[in-house]
Design a protein around this ligand. Sequence first.
Ligand SMILES: NC(=O)c1ccc[n+]([C@@H]2O[C@H](COP(=O)([O-])OP(=O)(O)OC[C@H]3O[C@@H](n4cnc5c(N)ncnc54)[C@H](O)[C@@H]3O)[C@@H](O)[C@H]2O)c1
Length: 453
Amino acid sequence: MRVGIVGTGYVGLVTGAGLAEMGNQVVCVDLDETRIEQIKNGVIPFYEPGLPELVELNLREGRLNLTTDLESAVRESQVVFLAVGTPSRPDGSADLSAVYQVATSIGKFMTGPTLVATKSTVPVGTANEVKRLIEAETDHKVYVVANPEFLAQGSAVNDFLKPNRVIIGSDDDEGLALFKELYSPFLRTGNPIVTMDLASAEMTKYVSNAFLATKISFMNEMSRLCEKVGADVESVRIGISSDPRIGKQFMFPGVGYGGSCLPKDNRALLHMGDQHGAELPMVEAALKNNELQRANFMSKLTGLFPEGLEGKRIALWGLSFKPQTDDTREAPSLEIADYLVAAGATVVAYDPQSVNAPFEKHGSKFVRVNSSFEACQDADALAILTEWHEFRRPNFARLLSTLKNPWIVDGRNLYEPHRMARRGFLYLAMGRSNEDSVSVSLSQPEKKVQSVK
Ligand SMILES: NC(=O)c1ccc[n+]([C@@H]2O[C@H](COP(=O)([O-])OP(=O)(O)OC[C@H]3O[C@@H](n4cnc5c(N)ncnc54)[C@H](O)[C@@H]3O)[C@@H](O)[C@H]2O)c1
């Protein structure tokens, strides 16, 4: 099929390259000229494992093209996907201006019957509005389907090529049949195409993200209680997650979730609830919990410096909101760096991929370095914010001699507290017993700990 994809971000480019890989003729469109030129030259403007190879192969084979010219892309395509951003507005609602603007343009430019799929995450009613906007501009037949995307950054290529399900919302049998045909090569293992009405498909995406945010938030909430009662949340997590009714994923307590989806989509869901007079106390609680968890992390860090953070040097390991991506949208690192710099500290950060993280506003108070140990050189404490593989088993002896104070606040629970204490660290994690660590005196912040046990 001839397919157009509007928006070449994490979702659009993966979708375009994935559809081209299955033999479709794909043209990806973006209004960002630099981005289009980069991709044409095989340079992917963000880090997504496996994507450069997939794009390069399909460019070479001539199945994938890139352009800033929406008109030509729409003219050439039987199917057009909307994969533009839907960021939060100040009131929490999803900003649909790009979606609607593109819909109107599609209506103007289409030269025959066209199937339009909303892949961006959009509130209930958007697909109908997209249809209305297109039909206002054309007499050609338009089919609109809602096709929410469930790929996760970091595993996006695999998630797209081997989806565990494809959701298609449609009020039109003809459009649905065409769309099923497009997806059937991705579902040879028998994973389902789940079809439903438009509103339910739009809702499915939000409910999925709200559930995941709630799962993490629940564990974060329990981790705070574990700290108070002297239980170890990691033992509790393993204890409960072996129950298949509970499951193992999205159960890791930490510094709170971030990224371009969970926070924004939960806010949009809350806004939808407000608009329709439905109270959503659990969605609200997940958002509130996330704030509490960030605050809990920061209180651990500031607790190390009763005299204040002025003049302190804090090493940060990890800027991206999770490993295997360079994305720092709503990452914990943004909030924590802001907080530390406002309190007078200098932040020295290392992340294996997030090279363009937006910290310029902090000037010389935010220093980005090229290795994890460089970040720790003479640092008063180390804060761990992303569980990149290379942070999971560092050379602890070297770390001990590199840090000025052997103090670690771990927002990802990467290490065993008692072993860290034996290694000579004051180690504070989320929801874990600090009994060994608290034997280290906090009243002497500049003094290197010689031996704890
Ligand atoms: N990132 C994810 O993991 C993920 C997963 C599932 C769903 N989603 C949803 O998919 C959508 C896209 O997310 P993303 O992370 O790929 O966003 P992104 O910000 O990485 O990419 C969006 C792209 O759209 C382009 N764009 C914006 N307006 C345009 C216009 N009028 N014409 C052409 N191009 C335009 C931007 O230049 C940008 O390249 C969002 O609604 C998001 O919620 C994202």
